[in-house]
Write a protein that binds this ligand. Structure first.
Ligand SMILES: [Zn+2]
Length: 288
């Protein structure tokens, strides 16, 4: 008898607890201030831009989202998840889709990629930096493999924020995505943001991360790659000094090097690149 009463009391307690959970989640859903939205970049669904999709996925297991051919960054925005992914500069316009693999099954979500007209930019550099010698071409090809490896790094930990400040103060060009013509010859579009600053100006990482690789490259000069988690990688080029080592964990605001003009550069500046799911995206979307 006592056992039966205890069991009834336990069932009643469980029902009350469930009711409280229901009230709790209703309150959270109807009160936007209660749901702490992650710090997201601005959305611009164009080649070189960022698309943000709210997923019909709940629970704490990290969903696997395939966007533009690679694993996308996802963030928990309780009770659901949000995918934040890059659209490659070479992406065709029109309908695209992501594939979501989660505990509740597989979903396909369609989204549309709009047009953005990027300007064209003519630059004059040393002839050997446009018409590569056989030795320089071989060097460049080997470096490309190493750079691709750094950019495809994946760590499970989420970035601490997707809102950033400039890694160096100074005027920034809006030349991301512009078609580049070096000494009259067409080359790949510009895949980052250039910030003009005197040689020696400290370069600070905007958010925490792990240094994936450092090196001295033919075009990019002295370069540092930082992995911020879930496919968000940043790249800092043309440095006059590198102050970090691969494997090093760095906090937001850490000095990683100094501005310079190593590699193919027409003057001292920082080239700042940001990659999401291996696509170069416009860093401007992450700034205030
Ligand atoms: Zn640049």
């Amino acid at each position: 008898m006592i056992l039966r009463m205890l069991a009834r009391a336990a069932r009643l307690a469980a029902r009350i607890a469930l009711a409280w959970v229901a009230i709790g989640s209703t309150l959270t859903a109807s009160n936007p201030a209660a749901a702490l939205a992650p710090d997201l970049p601005r959305e611009n669904a164009v080649p070189g831009g960022v698309k943000i999709l709210r997923l019909d996925v709940t629970g704490s297991a990290l969903p696997y989202v395939d966007a533009e051919g690679h694993r996308a960054l996802v963030l928990q925005d309780s009770p659901t998840w949000v995918a934040v992914f890059g659209i490659p500069l070479a992406a065709p316009l029109g309908l695209h889709q992501v594939v979501v693999h989660a505990a509740n099954g597989r979903q396909e979500i369609e989204y549309s990629v709009g047009n953005k007209q990027y300007a064209s930019q003519s630059l004059k550099v040393a002839p050997r930096q446009v018409d590569l010698s056989a030795a320089d071409l071989a060097r460049f090809k080997a470096e490309r493999i190493r750079i691709d490896q750094a950019l495809s790094h994946w760590t499970e930990l989420a970035p601490e924020s997707l809102r950033m400040s400039q890694p160096v103060p100074g005027p920034r060009s809006s030349s991301f995505g512009s078609r580049r013509i070096f000494n009259g010859q067409s080359r790949n579009p510009h895949s980052g943001m250039d910030i003009a600053a005197p040689s020696g100006t400290p370069v600070l990482t905007p958010i925490a991360g792990t240094v994936v690789d450092t090196g001295e490259y033919f075009f990019d000069g002295n370069t540092v790659f930082v992995d911020h988690g879930r496919g968000l990688i940043s790249m800092y080029c043309h440095l006059s000094a590198i102050d970090v080592k691969p494997g090093q964990r760095i906090a937001a605001g850490s000095r990683i090097g100094a501005v310079g003009m190593t590699g193919r550069a027409t003057g001292p500046h920082l080239h700042w690149g940001l990659v999401l799911n291996r696509a170069w995206v416009d860093p401007e979307l992450f700034l205030p």
